[in-house]
Design a protein around this ligand. Sequence first.
Ligand SMILES: NC(=O)C1=CN([C@@H]2O[C@H](COP(=O)(O)OP(=O)(O)OC[C@H]3O[C@@H](n4cnc5c(N)ncnc54)[C@H](OP(=O)(O)O)[C@@H]3O)[C@@H](O)[C@H]2O)C=CC1
Ligand SMILES: Nc1nc(O)c(N)c(N[C@@H]2O[C@H](COP(=O)(O)O)[C@@H](O)[C@H]2O)n1
Length: 221
Amino acid sequence: MEVVVNAATSVDGKLSTRERRQVRISGDEDFDRVDRLRAAADAVLVGVGTVLADDPHLGVKSEDRRVQRLRNGRSANPARVVADSRARTPPDATLLNDDAETYLLVSEAAPPERLATLRDAGATVIEAGEEQVNLSAAFDQLETEGVDRLLVEGGGKVIFSLFEAGLVDELSVFVGSLVLGGREAPTLADGEGFVEDFPALELVGVDRLDDGVVLEYRVES
Ligand SMILES: NC(=O)C1=CN([C@@H]2O[C@H](COP(=O)(O)OP(=O)(O)OC[C@H]3O[C@@H](n4cnc5c(N)ncnc54)[C@H](OP(=O)(O)O)[C@@H]3O)[C@@H](O)[C@H]2O)C=CC1
Ligand SMILES: Nc1nc(O)c(N)c(N[C@@H]2O[C@H](COP(=O)(O)O)[C@@H](O)[C@H]2O)n1
């Protein structure tokens, strides 16, 4: 599976405010670039922290792109995937609507009654890992469901875990011209942080978009 991570950060590397309130960092051109990434993906993944903070839809916004996907024999929208060890996704979350399939990656620690509620709300549950989702094992199962290209949109905890597990193939970051600050504000890669063996990135593209810049990297394995 090809795993592509995309995020938008402030100049100081933050994904949102210290209150974890969603901030519009990208401008129209960058959101259109993200829409192209979504249209090219089989599925779009976020962590449950992002679901709780943003209630995202994760669908393709351009009707032309949805129509093109249908012409190519695909679903109009990519599937939605949530890394959610304990099934904390609210049953009325927008990404559980009928616009696309939704997979919940959970661990053995997920309460069965929460899983039943979320299945009733339309989710397909994939279990991998004891306490926290084992992303590598979960991705193997997603692959058997036909997910060959996965776009990850955040947040910082999930992105760190993916780098830690060596699962990222490509990274693109839109750096917007603003400073958010705050030591508690989420950054591109949170979690424990690396002290050695940092992921090796090859810079393959730099583009000015809106009032910011897109940095594109290949991640060396
Ligand atoms: N600017 C941008 O591009 C974006 C900004 N954001 C912002 O980021 C913030 C959310 O980020 P963050 O709080 O880091 O949340 P995440 O979206 O990264 O979700 C983190 C949660 O995912 C669950 N999870 C399940 N499996 C794993 C795993 N293997 N590794 C790590 N986490 C796992 C954990 O909860 P559990 O243990 O219960 O499973 C964890 O707390 C919001 O403020 C949002 O607005 C988000 C996306 C993009
Ligand atoms: N690319 C990008 N730029 C920003 O400025 C952002 N705030 C985000 N946030 C991500 O987009 C998701 C919202 O998606 P929908 O519009 O609801 O489909 C949000 O959850 C973040 O993952 N991204």
